[in-house]
Design a binder for this molecule. Structure first.
Ligand code: NAD
Ligand code: MG
Length: 303
């Protein structure tokens, strides 16, 4: 591993420690869904550090929210591990998505871009069919897209906002997963992104935290259904990770400035630091792991 990351000039990658940015960070409001390209400092998605070793050779993956943040880091890692990758994102995120598509192709893998809004059931089934058709099959599904908009009080939380959060984080997961079952063979892996919010909800994330609890329960129940078919279902629970979700209305700017400060490691995680969990859960190496939630929270010990 090189000890210098050119896209992240102040960060050193040595074999034992990676020195990542610590708060305070500048205020940086963006309209939702936000772009990774506008973040200060730039997140590290593993562009210059992730090295594959064939752990997902020949696999075919669909990743929602694959344009930025955790989904982008997973897309890069999967491609470098030998998988062909389809990503979904919102049309306004095209510039972030184009960078990910180029990185997947640079890894020598097939890249498929399918923009569209997953709050519509019709689009969710089209997304899965297009991904499977263009990849020539599907054996990894990463349900990672998410909506997080804070509200100080239940009195400020509108029905429209509550509904959009549940449509994106809960209904879409159901619709996409159901459509994917037409394609997923024995040995396939489904990985859902939940959150530490499912277990330790913040007072300002009343709707979001509930959806993340739904995802934990969905994962555990579905793992029991699909075990008979040889399909594994797991979830990853991130703590504070440096992504556009937070600065585009996920947190007040005051909290963005101090993001990650209360974690024992004293900083937010970078997307590159959680992608390896998604690689391991997708890989056949984890063939007896299903119905689990794996957490990465910088030392808080949430799970
Ligand atoms: P992100 O903003 O980079 O990714 C979220 C993605 O969701 C967006 O890029 C967007 O493409 C997608 N999305 C949102 N609404 C959509 C819609 N209606 N249709 C299609 N796509 C839509 O942020 P991230 O933090 O990498 O988020 C990825 C997952 O991680 C989310 O499920 C989030 O809840 C979860 N998570 C993040 C944190 C964190 O601190 N960043 C912590 C816990 C859990
Ligand atoms: Mg995005």
């Amino acid at each position: 591993m090189s000890d210098h990351n050119p896209s992240f000039p102040n960060v050193s990658h040595s074999p034992l420690t990676v020195e990542y940015p610590v708060p305070p960070f500048p205020e940086q409001p963006q309209p939702a869904p936000g772009l990774a390209s506008k973040m200060i400092p730039q997140p590290d998605h593993g562009e210059n550090s992730y090295r594959g070793s064939g752990r997902l050779a020949g696999r075919k993956a669909l990743i929602t929210g694959g344009d930025s943040g955790i989904g982008r880091a997973v897309a890069i890692a999967y491609a470098r591990e030998g998988a062909d990758v389809a990503i979904n994102y919102l049309p306004e995120e095209e510039s972030d998505a184009a960078e990910v598509i180029a990185l997947i192709r640079a890894a020598g893998r097939k890249a498929v871009a399918i923009p569209g809004d997953i709050t519509a059931e019709n689009f969710c089934s089209q997304l899965v069919h297009q991904a499977a058709e263009q990849l020539g099959g599907l054996d990894i599904l990463v349900n990672n897209a998410g909506r997080q908009q804070y509200a100080e009080s239940i009195r400020d939380l509108t029905t429209a906002s509550f509904d959009a959060t549940f449509k994106t984080n809960v209904y879409a997961l159901f619709w996409i997963t159901k459509a994917a079952l037409e394609y997923l063979p024995r040995g396939a892996s489904i990985i859902n992104t939940t959150s530490v919010q499912a277990f330790k909800p913040s007072e300002i994330l009343l709707d979001y935290a509930q959806t993340k609890a739904c995802i934990v329960t969905f994962t555990k129940s579905l793992a029991q259904q699909l075990g008979k078919e040889g399909i594994r279902v797991n979830a990853v629970a991130p703590g504070p990770y440096w992504t556009p979700l937070q600065s585009s209305g996920g947190q007040p700017q005051e909290k963005v400035k101090e993001f990650g400060a209360t974690a024992p490691l004293g900083r937010p995680g970078q997307p590159a630091e959680i992608a390896p969990l998604y690689v391991t859960l997708a890989s056949a190496e984890s063939s007896y792991t299903s119905g689990q939630v794996w957490c990465s929270d910088g030392g808080t010990g949430t799970l």
